[in-house]
Design a protein around this ligand. Structure first.
Ligand code: MG
Length: 312
């Protein structure tokens, strides 16, 4: 059985707890901050900051947090430099950036976008107000996406819930692997369409350690690796990732609206208690199988909603 230990800051542990909310276990070991069980891995976070990953996918699971580990000596907030880090001047270069949305939301698809922004376009796109999508509301995201899309070369991919659930159940694919495949596919598509247009590099908003990212892609045709850079919070360092995030978020919001209309009720974002309640309502009205059409079925929300639906 695999085992990986990370030392994390309080903030990261809070972030993890939020991330693993669908998988949190009520019974947890003493002195632990939380205990979660995801398929193939048990995650135990201790008050001391130690986080223990155990199970056959321990390495994978821990890998997605490696960029978040605090530095031991310096208190500076800049991410640690690795062989995969972008150059200092990345913000002014011609870059293809990629980002994904919807991975922590129970309802709705995963959307991934890759966007090329040349150094000549940076100033113009800054002027239209392109920035980190987390700072924008749905309306602003929609407007910005509509402004950006005609100006750039981009590829948007949507992984609908039925397909997601099939990959997960029939092929045992992890979400990390799905994300890596979608990023690679979107990047390949943009590179192909750029044809002879030169670019300086590729910037992937890091969700897993680069070594793990490429492990996920093993066996795929045309793996984008040359001049590929990885960094967490990359939407803050190049506009191409900020644009990818906005285009992916617009598609996610659109799809959530469509699914809500189909379901006949508003499907909430996230994976919290309000999500359990909406899912329970759908189970009562349409049966639990309907959740495979609109949600990431393996999240613990399904089980909690089933219990809710039976209780009332
Ligand atoms: Mg991201």
């Amino acid at each position: 059985m695999g085992q990986t230990v990370l030392k994390c800051s309080r903030t990261t542990i809070e972030k993890m707890k939020n991330f693993y909310r669908p998988y949190l276990q009520v019974k947890k070991p003493g002195a632990s901050a939380f205990f979660a069980k995801v398929p193939g891995c048990a995650v135990t976070a201790y008050q001391s900051g130690k986080v223990l990953f155990q199970g056959k996918s321990a390495e994978e699971e821990a890998g997605q947090w490696q960029g978040n580990q605090p530095k031991t000596k310096s208190t500076k907030k800049t991410p640690q430099k690795t062989a995969w880090s972008p150059p200092e001047n990345v913000g002014s270069l011609s870059v293809i950036g990629s980002d994904e949305v919807g991975t922590g939301d129970y309802f709705g698809p995963i959307t991934v976008a890759a966007v090329f922004i040349s150094s000549e376009q940076i100033e113009e796109l800054q002027k239209v107000g392109l920035k980190d999508s987390k700072l924008l509301n749905d309306r602003q995201i929609y407007d910005l996406a509509e402004t950006i899309k005609p100006k750039v070369t981009y590829k948007l991919l949507t992984l609908p819930n039925p397909k997601y659930n099939e990959l997960r159940d029939k092929e045992g694919m992890t979400q990390g692997k799905m994300k890596a495949m979608l990023h690679n596919q979107a990047l390949r598509n943009v590179i192909r369409r750029l044809d002879e247009t030169p670019y300086d590099g590729i910037l992937i908003d890091q969700f897993a350690a680069p070594e793990l990212y490429y492990k996920y892609l093993k066996g795929q045709p045309e793996i984008v690796k040359e001049r590929a850079w990885f960094q967490t919070k990359a939407e803050g360092i190049h506009l191409s990732v900020a644009a990818a995030s906005i285009i992916a978020r617009q598609a996610f919001v659109d799809e959530m609206d469509r699914l809500s209309e189909e379901a006949g009720c508003e499907l909430p974002k996230g994976a919290g208690a309000h999500v359990d309640e909406a899912a329970a309502r759908l189970i009562r009205e349409k049966g639990v199988g309907y959740l495979r059409q609109v949600a990431k079925f393996h999240f613990a929300n399904t089980e909690r909603a089933t219990q809710l639906a039976e209780r009332d």
